[in-house]
Structures are given as structure tokens and as C-alpha cells.
Write a protein that binds this ligand. Structure first.
Ligand SMILES: *[C@@H]1O[C@H](CO)[C@@H](O)[C@H](O)[C@H]1NC(C)=O
Ligand SMILES: *[C@@H]1O[C@H](CO)[C@@H](O)[C@H](O)[C@H]1NC(C)=O
Ligand SMILES: *[C@@H]1O[C@H](CO)[C@@H](O)[C@H](O)[C@H]1NC(C)=O
Ligand SMILES: *[C@@H]1O[C@H](CO)[C@@H](O)[C@H](O)[C@H]1NC(C)=O
Ligand SMILES: *[C@@H]1O[C@H](CO)[C@@H](O)[C@H](O)[C@H]1NC(C)=O
Ligand SMILES: *[C@@H]1O[C@H](CO)[C@@H](O)[C@H](O)[C@H]1NC(C)=O
Ligand SMILES: *[C@@H]1O[C@H](CO)[C@@H](O)[C@H](O)[C@H]1NC(C)=O
Ligand SMILES: *[C@@H]1O[C@H](CO)[C@@H](O)[C@H](O)[C@H]1NC(C)=O
Ligand SMILES: *[C@@H]1O[C@H](CO)[C@@H](O)[C@H](O)[C@H]1NC(C)=O
Ligand SMILES: *[C@@H]1O[C@H](CO)[C@@H](O)[C@H](O)[C@H]1NC(C)=O
Ligand SMILES: *[C@@H]1O[C@H](CO)[C@@H](O)[C@H](O)[C@H]1NC(C)=O
Ligand SMILES: *[C@@H]1O[C@H](CO)[C@@H](O)[C@H](O)[C@H]1NC(C)=O
Length: 716
């Protein structure tokens, strides 16, 4: 063996070039790999062998004179700590350890290295704080520092930056840094161009000193606890191309005379900051503006017509402010909008014809305003339109609206409820097109008429909401032919007949395999369920059958048990009779079951307590009898879930079950079952913990969900 080892060493010695990395470099690197946990070295140990030329090791790049200059180990699955020994690599210029699972602290030897120019440790689990520089320093070479998406805490350094005279880019976003934004971050750095401090816990004012960063192009500090007004001096940073400070508690208005100084601005994001006042006319001088986000503020007044001078504008959101007036002051012809959200304001008037010339417009939300009128055939020019929300305005002529919109072939999401007051839902067979429609809401108009046949031709439909209308007639049997439908809300209508068995055959509700075929793409704009709850993709919505508050009669078919994917089932406030089928206990995903206000008889199936995700249950006001289920989720339901059923009995009800022998056995059977469950959870170990977590999440989702249904928030 020793001879063999020697032979290899000799071979390596002769086969490698005359020079190689130094012994010190080699051991610095070996020390680094020694800081990683077993199994967390990403297989580096295969090539990183002590005694061989480290310039040939995986991820190491040397200069022509064999000095280690690059250590490129991003996304290697590294776990463990970063050894300070890397600081001994005297010629190291570029260290990239991003996208690993490294913990511990960032060694000061690296942060204040006298050689490193680019240091990227983003997307790891580094903790602790970044040190201040202890001693005065003539200047460090660091140009790029990316410590983003780690677990850093505590006060962000303030003086350390004074030594970084070459700093160009600093990304510290997505950590838990506290304290103030350092005032003089660029004081000594004449080329400082990018600062991202978003998603931290920075407090205090935006330092006016940032205004002297004359080469600063990107300033992002959104999602912090910053307060105060935008300092006047900030607008002296005239190279800014992106200013993003969303989700802070700022105040004051946009000063037009200052804003105009930022003539290079392409992105202005001051959403959810509490800003007030008008959009200044001078915004029209920001000719390079591409994105304007002023959503969720306290802004008011009319939109300046000069906005149409921003001919590069592609994204505008003014959602949730108090803007007034009519959009026709703006000549949309000259804009090339892709995404526009004007929802939740006080806009009125009709939709300006010029908006139809934005042929690249993909998403338009006008919901919750006072727009009125009808659409012109030119809306068909919006060939790229995929998302349109008109909810809660005073638009008229649903037939016409659908006729006009069918020209928008790419439409996937159409939210038009709370309009078309008291109109009749068109039965018109000529309503066709919409071949890509996935979401359709026409709720709360209210509309009269029957559920129309043209809906059966919307082959890609996943969600339909026709709730809160005055629709009559039966649920059509073609419903099961909509192969992607998983959300059906027809509650609060005057529908009659029995619950059709077609509903029990809806493919998306039958099996996981079918549901896997659903489109997972992100929506151009999120769909809001409540102002605080939004969905970015359609598949994130729960699987829902809501037939509540109609005039349905007859029994609940045992076939209901086939809808294994169902999250929410509401059959309340109908005239349903017969027993609750045992098969309902097969709906293992169910989070909410509401059968209240019917004429159901018989017992409540005891196996309902096996539904681990059930967090809402209501059978009140029926004619049920016998014991209420116990165990599982049932300890969380109060007696109001059962009220109005005088023959139900159980520990939380006024009627004792102990009066008969059969009830006795059923109770003790439950006890055994509960005991079994406890044992199951203990032996289930981690799996059970996972299950508990799932349940908690499910419960949160559910709580919000019910709230919205109870409050009857409209989707928009
Ligand atoms: C690497 O090998 C050298 C001898 O070639 C030895 O002196 C040194 O301690 C080793 N380094 C490590 C980190 O094992
Ligand atoms: C580090 O590597 C990742 C993954 O290859 C890359 O995305 C990132 O840009 C690199 N960082 C720097 C500063 O070049
Ligand atoms: C870290 O930030 C630098 C500077 O912006 C950037 O070049 C690099 O790509 C970022 N790293 C990752 C992994 O995104
Ligand atoms: C900073 O890093 C985060 C990821 O950690 C990234 O999302 C963000 O875009 C980066 N900022 C800039 C300005 O590149
Ligand atoms: C924030 O960091 C976490 C953990 O590294 C990561 O999963 C997440 O994507 C990051 N968020 C952003 C916006 O980059
Ligand atoms: C902005 O810079 C100009 C000179 O470039 C200077 O005269 C002015 O006082 C500065 N404004 C503020 C608010 O500091
Ligand atoms: C919004 O502005 C109005 C006056 O326009 C003011 O009365 C109100 O207090 C402001 N709301 C907030 C949250 O600042
Ligand atoms: C809107 O702009 C277009 C193109 O510049 C122009 O032809 C049209 O006359 C303008 N419309 C109005 C109402 O100003
Ligand atoms: C319509 O959607 C398809 C598929 O997403 C896309 O390829 C096409 O470019 C879109 N058409 C327009 C006019 O945007
Ligand atoms: C609705 O629009 C259609 C054209 O699509 C028209 O024939 C009808 O008269 C309009 N109805 C009303 C009430 O305006
Ligand atoms: C079920 O539907 C009825 C009628 O629409 C409604 O009042 C009730 O709140 C719904 N139940 C739940 C739990 O959402
Ligand atoms: C139920 O029976 C128990 C004894 O088994 C008794 O203590 C309790 O008072 C009874 N409750 C009611 C409401 O009758």
C-alpha cells in the first residue's frame, strides 16, 4: 500500500504542471470542507484530495500563475459552517456559496477580506449579525456583497461601509436585520449602484443621505417598518432607475417638483405605504417609466392626463385608493399597457374607447368602482387579454358584454359579478367562444333565468360562481361534462329539483389523478377573495360545491362519497330529506360540511370523526337523532353545530345518551376509537406532527374562507 501511494504521488507530481496551488491554499480549502457536515459536502471530497493540485478541484479556478482566484460552489447542497480559513486565500477575488444550506455566521475574514471583490452567500441559513469594522481601514476591494435570503438578525452595520470604497451592489434583503438604514452607505463609494434592503425589520426614516448616492440606480427597501416622509434630498439621487419602498408606514404626498428630477426612473413602487395626495402632473415627464405601483394607499384626486406621456408604461396599479373622475382623460392609444389595475377607487364614467387599442393588455381590473355603460365591439382588439375583472360596478347588458368579450380569445379569468342588475342571464345559443375561459364569476347581480346551456361549452372551465342571483330551474346534468370544473358556487338562488347525480361525477372532484391535470400557471393578477386573501394561481383555490340556500329537495345520494377531492360541501338551507349517507365519511379532504337547515332524519354517521381536516361542521335545524360523534375533530365543534335537532344526544347537548343500552355501546365504541387514535398519533411520530401541521394550515385557510362566505365578499 505505501508503495502504491507513493507511486500515485510521484505520478501526480510528474503529470501536473511545474507549478500548482500553494500548500496554504490547499489547507485553507481542506479546512473549509472540514467545516461541512458529513454528507453535506456535495461530493466535493471526490476531487478535493489533499496532496493534489487544488486548481483542478471542482469549483476552484486559478489564475494563470496558479493562484486560487475563484471559489464557485453555488447550489452544491453544502451543509455546515463557512470556515474562516477561506480568508487565508490571499488571491481570492470571487466567492460564491449561494443556494446552499450553510449555517453559522459569516466570518469577518471574508466580509472584510483584502482580496475578495465579489462575495455571494445568498440563499443559505447564515445567522447572527454582520460585524462593524473594528479598526480604520484604508479601503477594501469588495464590489458586490450578496447576503440576501439568510437568517441574519440584529442591527445592520452602519460604519462598516465607510471602508468599502469600491462597493457597487449590496443585497441584504430577506433577512431580519433591524436598526436604521445606514445614512452614509455610499459616502466613500463613488460607484455605488444597487441597494436592496427589502424584507427586513428596518425602522426609522429613509435617510436623506441616500440622495447623495449619485450613481445609485436601484433602491429597494420594501417590506420593512420604515416611517416618515420621503426626504426631499432623496430626489437628488437622479440616477435612480428603480425606487421600491412598498409595505412601509410612510406618509405625505408625492411632490411633483421633486419627482420630476428622477428622470431615469423605470420602476416606482410605493404601494402599501400610506401615501396620500394626488399623482402629480409632472409624472408625465418620467418618460422612461415602465411600472407604477401606488396601490393600497390613501391617494385621491383625478389622474393627470399627462400620464399618457409615459409612453413606456406597461404596468400600472392604483388599486385601493380614493382616486376619482373618469379614465377618458387619458389617451391610452399611446400607451402599451400589459397590466392595469384601477380597482377599489371612486372612478366613474364609461370605459374609454382608447383603452381598446392596448392590444398587448393582458390583465385589466376595474372592480369596485362606479363605472357604467356597455362595451363596444372594439374590446375584441384586446387579443392578449387573459384576465378581466369588472366586479361591483354598474355595467349593463350582460348579453352584450358576453357577445363583445368573446372576441378576446385568450381570456382565462372573467370576474363580472355585481353588475347587470336584475337582468336575465342570456340563454342565447350564439354565445360561444371563450374557449380558454377557466374562471367565470357572475354572482350577486341579481340575475333571473335558468343556468344556461352555453356554459356547458366552456370546456376549460375550472371555477364558476353564479351565487346570489335569482336563478331558477334545476342543476343541468351536463355539469359533469365540464372536465376541469372543481369549484361550483350556485348558492343563494332559487334552484329546484334534486341534487343531480351528475354532480357526483365531476371528474376533478373524483381523484387526485384527474386533479393533477389542472393548469398550474400563475395568474397575471391575483384573484382577491377578501381584501386580505388573494390567490395567485387557480389551483390554489379549494375544491368547492356550494349549493346552499336554494330549493333543492330529495335525498343526498350515497354517491356523494365519490367526491374524494372535495374540501368544502355546503348543502344548507334547502329542503333535503332522508338520512345523511354513511358514504359522506369517505370525503377525507373535507374541511367544511354544512348540512344545516334541511329536513334530514336519522343518525349522524359516527365515522365522520375520521375526517381529520374537518374544521367546520353544521347540521343544525334538521330532524336528526341519536348520539353526536365524538373524538377526532369533533371536540372542536360547539353545541351550535347541532342546535334545532331535539332528538340528538351527547355530552355537550342537553339530552343524555345514557338512557339506552345501544347508546352506551356506541359511546364506549367511540372511547376505544379515540384511544386507538391517540396510540396511532404517538406511534405515528413525525408523520403525526406533519398531519397536525397540515391540519393547522387547513384550519387557517378554512377560517378565512368561511369568513368571506359569511360576509359575502365578492371575488374580484
Ligand atoms: C495535507 O497534507 C499535508 C502533507 O502533504 C499535511 O501537512 C497537511 O496537514 C494536510 N492538510 C490537511 C488539512 O489534512
Ligand atoms: C452565484 O452563483 C449563482 C448560481 O450559479 C448565480 O445565480 C449568481 O449570479 C452568482 N453570483 C454572482 C455574484 O455572480
Ligand atoms: C447576488 O447579488 C448580486 C448583485 O446583485 C448578483 O449579481 C447575484 O446574481 C446575486 N446572487 C444570486 C444567487 O441571485
Ligand atoms: C436581492 O436578492 C433577492 C433574493 O434573495 C432577490 O429576490 C432580489 O431581486 C435581489 N435584489 C436585486 C435588486 O437584485
Ligand atoms: C427568502 O428566503 C427564503 C429562505 O431562504 C426563501 O425560501 C425565499 O424564496 C426568499 N424570498 C425571496 C423573496 O427571495
Ligand atoms: C441636490 O443637489 C443640488 C446640487 O446637485 C444641491 O444644490 C441641492 O441643495 C441638493 N438638494 C438637497 C435637498 O440636498
Ligand atoms: C386618508 O385621507 C383622509 C383625507 O383625505 C384622512 O381623513 C384619513 O385619515 C386618511 N387615512 C389614513 C389611513 O391616513
Ligand atoms: C390619442 O393619441 C392618438 C395617437 O397619438 C391620436 O391619434 C388621437 O387623436 C389621440 N386621441 C385623443 C382623444 O386625444
Ligand atoms: C394567446 O395565448 C397563447 C397561449 O398562451 C399565446 O401563445 C398567444 O401569444 C396569446 N395571444 C396573444 C394575442 O397574446
Ligand atoms: C344589449 O345589447 C344587445 C346587442 O348585443 C342589443 O341588441 C340590446 O338591445 C341591448 N339591450 C339593451 C337593454 O340595451
Ligand atoms: C353555507 O351556505 C349558507 C347559504 O349560502 C350560508 O349561509 C352558510 O354560511 C354557509 N356555511 C358555511 C360554513 O360557509
Ligand atoms: C346526564 O347523566 C349524568 C349521569 O350519567 C348526570 O350526571 C347528568 O346530570 C345528566 N345530564 C343531563 C343534562 O341530564
Amino acid at each position: 500500500m505505501p508503495f502504491f501511494g507513493l507511486a500515485v504521488a510521484v505520478l501526480l507530481f510528474f503529470s501536473s504542471p511545474t507549478s500548482s496551488c500553494t500548500e496554504q491554499e490547499r489547507s485553507s480549502l481542506i479546512n473549509f470542507i472540514d467545516g461541512l457536515v458529513p454528507g453535506g459536502n456535495g461530493g466535493l471530497n471526490v476531487s478535493w484530495v489533499n496532496g493534489t493540485d487544488c486548481c483542478k478541484w471542482e469549483g476552484i479556478v486559478c489564475s494563470t500563475d496558479e493562484v486560487v482566484t475563484y471559489v464557485l460552489l453555488a447550489s452544491k447542497g453544502l451543509k455546515g459552517v463557512i470556515s474562516p480559513s477561506l480568508g487565508n486565500l490571499a488571491g481570492l477575488l470571487h466567492l460564491n456559496l449561494s443556494h446552499n444550506s450553510l449555517g453559522g455566521s459569516l466570518p469577518t475574514e471574508l466580509l472584510f477580506s483584502r482580496s475578495i471583490v465579489v462575495l455571494d452567500v445568498s440563499f443559505n441559513r447564515l445567522t447572527g449579525h454582520l460585524q462593524e469594522l473594528q479598526s480604520a481601514n484604508p479601503g477594501l476591494p469588495l464590489q458586490v456583497l450578496n447576503v440576501s435570503s439568510n437568517l441574519f438578525t440584529e442591527k445592520f452595520p452602519s460604519t462598516a461601509w465607510e471602508a468599502m470604497k469600491n462597493l457597487v451592489a449590496l443585497n441584504a434583503s430577506n433577512n431580519s436585520f433591524t436598526g436604521q438604514i445606514p445614512s452614509y452607505i455610499c459616502i466613500n463609494a463613488p460607484s455605488f449602484a444597487m441597494l436592496d434592503l427589502g424584507y427586513n425589520q428596518f425602522r426609522g426614516n429613509i435617510p436623506p443621505g441616500l440622495g447623495s448616492c449619485s450613481t445609485l440606480k436601484v433602491l429597494k427597501a420594501g417590506h420593512n417598518d420604515l416611517s416618515g416622509a420621503l426626504p426631499d434630498k432623496l430626489f437628488n439621487a437622479t440616477s435612480l432607475e428603480e425606487l421600491s419602498l412598498p409595505n412601509n408606514a410612510l406618509q405625505g404626498a408625492l411632490d411633483g417638483s421633486l419627482l420630476v428630477k428622477l428622470s431615469s426612473l423605470a420602476v416606482l413602487n410605493l404601494g402599501s405605504t400610506g401615501l396620500s395626495g394626488k399623482i402629480p402632473d409632472s409624472i408625465g415627464q418620467l418618460r422612461k417609466l415602465e411600472e407604477l405601483h401606488l396601490d393600497n394607499n390613501n391617494m385621491s384626486g383625478e389622474l393627470p392626463s399627462a400620464l399618457d406621456n409615459c409612453t413606456n408604461l406597461t404596468y400600472i396599479t392604483l388599486r385601493n385608493n380614493s382616486f376619482t373622475g373618469d379614465l377618458s382623460k387619458i389617451n391610452f392609444t399611446v400607451l402599451d399597457l400589459r397590466i392595469a389595475d384601477f380597482s377599489m377607487n371612486l372612478f366613474n364614467g364609461t370605459i374609454p374607447e382608447s383603452i381598446y387599442s392596448c392590444s398587448n393588455l393582458m390583465a385589466l381590473r376595474l372592480a369596485y368602482n362606479s363605472f357604467h355603460g356597455q362595451f363596444s365591439p372594439s374590446i375584441g382588439n384586446l387579443r392578449s387579454l387573459t384576465f378581466l375583472s369588472l366586479t361591483n360596478n354598474s355595467f349593463t347588458n350582460l348579453t352584450n358584454t358576453l357577445q363583445m368579450l368573446k372576441g378576446c380569445k385568450n381570456l382565462t379569468t372573467l370576474l363580472i359579478g355585481t353588475n347587470f342588475k336584475d337582468e336575465t342571464i342570456p340563454q342565447d345559443e350564439t354565445i360561444n367562444g371563450f374557449e380558454n375561459l377557466q374562471v367565470l364569476t357572475i354572482d350577486a347581480c341579481p340575475l333571473v333565468g335558468e343556468i344556461p346551456f352555453w356554459i356547458s361549452k366552456l370546456r376549460k372551465l375550472m371555477m364558476i360562481d353564479l351565487s346570489c342571483n335569482q336563478l331558477t330551474g334545476p342543476v343541468p346534468s351536463w355539469i359533469s361534462g365540464l372536465h376541469f370544473l372543481f369549484f361550483l358556487d350556485i348558492s343563494r338562488n332559487r334552484l329546484t329539483g334534486s341534487i343531480p347525480t351528475a354532480l357526483m361525477k365531476m371528474p376533478m372532484l373524483l381523484s387526485e389523478n384527474n386533479a393533477a391535470k389542472l393548469d398550474t400557471r400563475f395568474l397575471e393578477l391575483p384573484v382577491f377573495w377578501t381584501p386580505s386573501r388573494q390567490y395567485r394561481s387557480i389551483i390554489a383555490f379549494p375544491k368547492v360545491l356550494n349549493l346552499g340556500n336554494n330549493n333543492f329537495t330529495g335525498a343526498i345520494s350515497p354517491e356523494i362519497g365519490q367526491l374524494k377531492m372535495l374540501d368544502y360541501l355546503n348543502l344548507s338551507s334547502n329542503g333535503l330529506t332522508g338520512e345523511i349517507p354513511q358514504q359522506i365519511c369517505n370525503l377525507t379532504n373535507l374541511q367544511m360540511l354544512d348540512l344545516s337547515d334541511n329536513q334530514l332524519t336519522g343518525a349522524i354517521p359516527s365515522a365522520l370523526s375520521d375526517l381529520h381536516f374537518l374544521s367546520g361542521f353544521d347540521v343544525s335545524n334538521n330532524q336528526l337523532e341519536g348520539p353526536v360523534p365524538s373524538g377526532g375533530q369533533f371536540h372542536t365543534f360547539s353545541n351550535s353545530s347541532y342546535s334545532g335537532n331535539p332528538k340528538l344526544c351527547g355530552p355537550i347537548l342537553s339530552l343524555n345518551c345514557t338512557s339506552t343500552a345501544t347508546d352506551q355501546t356506541s359511546t364506549s365504541r367511540w372511547r376505544n376509537k379515540r384511544f386507538g387514535l391517540v396510540i396511532g398519533i404517538i406511534s405515528g411520530g413525525l408523520t403525526a406532527l406533519g398531519l397536525l401541521a397540515c391540519f393547522l394550515i387547513a384550519k387557517l385557510v378554512y377560517d378565512d374562507h368561511t369568513e368571506s362566505l359569511v360576509l359575502l365578499q365578492r371575488r374580484y
